[in-house]
Design a binder for this molecule. Sequence first.
Ligand code: ADP
Length: 675
Amino acid sequence: MSNTNSVVTELLTAFPQGCTQMYFKSSLTALSHAMEDQVLASDTEDEQPLIIASFQKERFYRQEAHRYGRIGTLSPHVYVLAAPETEFSSISDVYEKVAFTEDDALSHEWHLVIIGKNYATCLICREKTHLPKTQASEMAMDNSRRFEGIWTFDRQVSQKAAEILLHRIAGYRPELKKKINQALKLYCQSIPDKSNVHQFDVFDSPMINPDPFVQRLITYLQAGQYKLIKANRFLSVKEKKERLLNSVTDAIRRSLNPQEILQVAVDKLGEGMGVCRCLIYRCQETDLNAKINHEFLNDKIKSIKGKTWPLKNNPLFQEVLDVRESISIDDVTIDSRIQDHSSALSKLITSCSIISWLMVPILYQGKLLGMMELHHCDAIPITWKPEDIALVDAIATQVGVALIQAESYANLENLNEQLEALDRTRSNLVAITGHELRTPLSTIQVCLESLANEPEMSEELRQVMLTTALHDAERMRKLVQDFLTLSQLEGGTVEWNSEPLSLEECIDLSLSHIRSRQDQSVIPTIKNLVIDELPLVQADGEWLVEVLTKLLDNACKFTDGSGQITIQVQEIDEDTLQITIADNGRGIEPEKLDQVFDRFYQEEGALRRSAGGTGLGLAICRQIVKNWGGKIWAQSEGKNLGSKFHFTLPKFDASSINTNRNKKNSHLSSQESLK
Ligand code: ADP
C-alpha cells in the first residue's frame, strides 16, 4: 500500500517544534552503523529491541544484508524495508522484509529506528536533491548526496517514528497485523508529553552512556573520510590520465606530418608517465632493426637516439608480434625471459640501464606500424599497473590512427600530383596535336598529294617534295618521342638506375652522338675543357648522356659554324660537381632565361622555326636533373652574346660502396638468371 507522505513530514507534524539538520550521505552511513553497533554490542540478553531500517533501494540494503542477518538474531522485532530491484520481496525471514513500491515516499528517505529498554534512538531523513549522475563523477556524486532530517536519542520522538513506520509496514504486510500491534504495545506505549520541548536532545535517554557510541561514530566517520580520500585520489589519477590521453590525441591530430606526430607523442607520453626513457619508432614485422629517431629522455639517462635498435634478434619484440599486444616487465633482473646474461638482450638491457620495460605495439587493423617503449632505469623497479598499460595502449591506438591519416594524406597528395601530371600530359597532347603535329602533318600531306596527283612533275621537284615530307616526318617522330619522354618523366613512371659513373666517359659519348647526328652541317668547334681524373658521379648513365647531348645539341643549333662551344666541370662542394656548356651563339634575353625551360618554349615560335627542335629538350633536362636532386639554369648576357647552361650532379659517395656493390651483384645475378 503505497504512501506518498514523507515520514519526516509526519514526524514534524507530530512535533512541530522539532528542528531538522542536513547530513551528507557519509555521515548518515557512519551514524547508522554506530546505531546498529549499539544493538550488536548490547550485552543484555533480554534487551530484544525494536529495529526498523528503511533503505531507499534494494541495492543499498544488499550492502548491509550480512549485518542485518546478525541483528535479526537478536530480536523478533526487526523490520527491513526497501524498494525491490531484483530479489528483495515481502517475506518473513530471520527478520521481516517489507518491499515497498517505487512511488512510496520511502523511496527517497533513510530511516533507522531502534527502541530498547535502556535506550531509544532514531534517524529519520529524506534525500534533499536528486542530482543527475554522469558516469565519470558517479562516485563523487554518491558521496555528496545530502539528506535532511532528525537524529535523536529522544525516546518519545523515536517511539513516534516507530509508530509511523509500523503503520506503513502494516499497509504492505497486512498478515503481520498481530505482530505489529504487539510491537506497538511493547515499544510505542507510554509516550510522555514532550510538546513543550523546543528542540530534540540527541542524548536524552538517562540510561545511555554516550562514550562507546561516540567512539564508534568517530571510527565510522573516519572510515568514511578515508573512503572519500581514496575515491578522490582515484578520481584525480584517472583525471590526470584522461588529460594525458586527451592532450596527446589533441596534439597529434593537429599534424599530418608523421615525424611531428611521433615526436609530440613521445614527448607527451614520456613526460606524462614520468618514465626515464620513452621511445617511439616505426617498424614492420620483418624488420631486422629499427632506427631510433624519436626519444624522450629524463636528463640523467643515456640517449639512444640515432642508434640502431634490434628487432629480429630481440625476443621481446618477437613476443609482442606473437601476442599482438603489449608486454611488460617489472624487473628485468628476475624476469624468466632474461636469464641468459650473455645474451644480446641482456647486453642491451645493461647498456641502456633498463630495469622495468613496457613495449606497446602501434597497430592499425592488425598491421604493425611501430612500437612504443617505456624504460624505467632507476635502481628500484616499478610495477606496470594494468591502468598504466591500458593508457599507453590507448595512446598507441591514437598514434596509429594519426599515422594512417597522415599517410593517407600523403598518398592523396601524391595521387593529386600524379593526376596533375596526367592533366598536364593531356593538355600537352591537345597542344601537340592541335598545333605542333598538325603543321608537319599538313606539309607531309601536301607533298604526298602533289607527288600522287602530278605525274608530270619534274624529277628535281619530286626530290624536293620527298625530302620535305621525310624531313617533317622525322620532325614529327622526334616531337612524339620527346613528348612521351617528358610525359614519363613528369608522371614518375621512369625506372632510374643510379650508379657510379665516369663523367668524362659520358661527355665523350654525348660528343660522339652530336658529331654523328650533325655530320651534314658545319658545327661549331667544341672544346672539352674537362680535366682528367674527375671524381666519379652518381647518376643514371643513359639519362646523364641525354642531358649532355640535348644541351650540346642546342649549343650547336644556336651557334654559327664558326662559333665555339666549351664544356667545363668544377667541384662546387665536397658532394657536388657543376657542369657548364657554354657557347658564343645567339644568346638569350635575360627575361627569358627561366622560360626556356618551359614546355614548347621556342624563342621564334614553332611555326617560324629555323633551327628545328621540339621545344621540349630543356623541359626534359630539368626533369632529369631534378631526379638526382640537382639544379639546372641558363645564363646569358643577352642577344648575340652567347649562352651558358649549368647543371649540378652528385659525386659518388664512396662510403655507400658496399650497398651499391650488393645491389649491383643482385642486379647481375637476376640478369643472369633471366638469361
Ligand atoms: P628546342 O628543341 O627548341 O631546342 P629546347 O627546350 O631545347 O627546345 O629549347 C627551348 C628554347 O630555348 C630554344 O628554342 C631556344 O629558343 C632557347 N635555347 C636553348 N638553348 C639555347 C642556346 N644554347 N642558345 C640560345 N637559345 C637557346
